[in-house]
Design a protein around this ligand. Sequence first.
Ligand code: PLP
Length: 376
Amino acid sequence: MPAPVVDAIKNYIDEEAIEGGYETFNRHEEDFERFYQQAARLINCHSGEIAFVENATRAWDMIFYSLPWKAGDVILTSMAEYASNYIAYLQLNKKFGVEVKAVPNASDGALCVDSLKKMIDARTALVAVTHVPTNGGLVNPAIEIGRVARERELPYLLDACQSVGQLDVDVEEIGCDFLSATGRKYLRGPRGTGFLYVRKSRIKNIEPVFLDLHAATWVAKDSFEIRDDARRFENWEQNYAGKYGLTRAMEYALALGTGNIQERVLYLGNYLRQGLASLTGDAEIEVTDTGSTRCGIVSFRSARYKVDEIIGAMKEHRINLSSSTTSGTRLDMEDRGLTELVRASVHYYNTEAELDLFIAKLADLHSALASSRPRP
Ligand SMILES: Cc1ncc(COP(=O)(O)O)c(C=O)c1O
């Protein structure tokens, strides 16, 4: 998180501690309207189409589980679908007989839009795709998918958890009806924050799976009325310090410009990929990212070292890495014969010198043991 985001959260909590939770909220009520306005600016929609939700998963769940499912409905999804989403598909299959079908990838590794077109039939009830998967730099063709969904008047749910904040995401250009995003990743916001976008024309026809006294009003002993904006998908009780911080994080990103952010992140991602590709011989590094457009998430594996060993060794140089395993994106990982990957994510604040250092340390690690150590 950038310093202004951290300061915003700390100051909000300090105010709560001194003034009280309700009192602090009342004082900042107008600031919280800014949350909806900034999120709307960020993805090009109206503030009434935004709901604050505690993370991307629940944002996605709130719309997914609220759709009017019936036995025989078919969900068309991507090969690189995120585990939590796919588990939800399997649960609906078990409970209601809803079917899930993964659209195969094209030769570049991204979802094949022609196959998607061919797979749509009268039973198709939802197109649900992950924009940027958890296990690599692939950017799925969200706009082309949106064109197909619109032509066929199908609801389109985009998991944009890993794209919002690094790519210039525009819901009008993409044509999605629903989009889920998180605060804690490329937006540089606090953990435990996220948001959901629901297209205005869809809001009134979708009754949230959960309702409370914020999403609806108890108007008579035996009746309630659901609010008519996207906040019908929210809870009354919220992490207000987090929401305040996420507002600041979105303002920070908007001030830098989402186009500028995208340009820099894509440049650095490709810079790192080229550096990794230059490690030949002893290093035996394989970059595993696919797709014609690749973003700031760079995935690779080593023939010599296990993922945890690389992560541990790089930590000593204060280089933070993460990992992806089969169970995060099972369809894609099994399809490509992958079991575990190192995941390096760059952001605009990284420098070329930092990436050079990382590549050099990785080369040192491999040359140190390459001659004595057999492949695992
Ligand atoms: C593609 C994708 N969707 C959703 C999520 C979940 O995000 P959150 O932790 O905010 O619920 C992740 C997290 O890694 C992800 O990679």
